[in-house]
Design a protein around this ligand. Structure first.
Ligand SMILES: Cc1cc2nc3c(=O)[nH]c(=O)nc-3n(C[C@H](O)[C@H](O)[C@H](O)COP(=O)(O)O)c2cc1C
Length: 201
């Protein structure tokens, strides 16, 4: 079993979202001894935003790329390969300025590639990342669950579904900055939820 963890907290291992994800992963490893974990810490090592040259390289068939394009597309090729090999995709997602971190958006822009991770057909788009489940561990200063201001949940469900990942579960640690004295309790509750999900993964 392969687990791919994409973390995007600016605080890396100290980030609340990454702490939740690490807790999930430690429990998941107990269920799947020998499971392989690959991590991309976008807070520490962000992937570049797409620019024109990279996009053109990415959408050129591998055997038609120039040497420069091959180099240009290498990172996105690697990111896509990591995603395609994952049985479980774990996203640790802080709420930054009412959305997902821009580093996570840059990763998404690199892996959403027509003909590779999705394709368009006459009847609509078809996701090509099959047999992958996702778990999203969110951390928020405020409270947005089931409100219109939770832009992350519908966006990530739509995006992951578009890529073919339809089994998506969420864990929320909210109000972390509203009631800092309760933050340890909020994190414990969220960790317990993460544990439950890991037990059934
Ligand atoms: C740049 C920045 C922007 C933030 N914007 C929001 C926001 O729009 N809404 C919110 O509820 N909390 C916001 N927060 C608080 C974070 O959601 C909170 O600190 C959470 O723990 C972040 O997850 P992390 O610890 O994994 O990085 C923001 C924090 C930072 C650093």
């Amino acid at each position: 079993m392969n687990l791919l963890h994409i973390s995007s907290s600016l605080f890396s291992d100290q980030g609340n979202s990454k702490q939740l994800a690490n807790h999930y992963i430690s429990q998941w490893l107990e269920q799947h001894p020998g499971g392989q974990v690959t991590e991309r810490d976008l807070g520490k090592e962000p992937v570049p935003h797409l620019d024109n040259l990279t996009l053109m390289a990415n959408i050129t068939a591998a055997d038609k790329r120039t040497a420069e394009q091959q180099a240009q597309a290498r990172l996105a090729d690697t990111l896509i390969e990591e995603l395609m090999q994952a049985d479980i995709l774990v996203l640790s997602v802080p709420m930054y300025n009412f959305g997902i971190p821009s580093t996570l958006k840059a990763w998404i822009d690199n892996v959403a590639r027509a003909g590779t991770t999705f394709k368009y057909t006459a009847t609509g788009p078809v996701g090509l990342v099959n047999d992958t489940k996702a778990v999203v561990l969110t951390a928020r200063g405020g409270a947005y669950f089931e409100t219109p201001n939770d832009t992350q949940t519908p966006y990530l469900k739509t995006l992951l579904g578009f890529l073919g990942i339809t089994d998506v579960q969420f864990v929320y640690a909210e109000r972390l900055n509203m009631e800092p004295e309760k933050a340890p309790e909020i994190m414990s509750t969220a960790k317990a939820e993460a544990e439950k999900l890991a037990a059934s993964a």
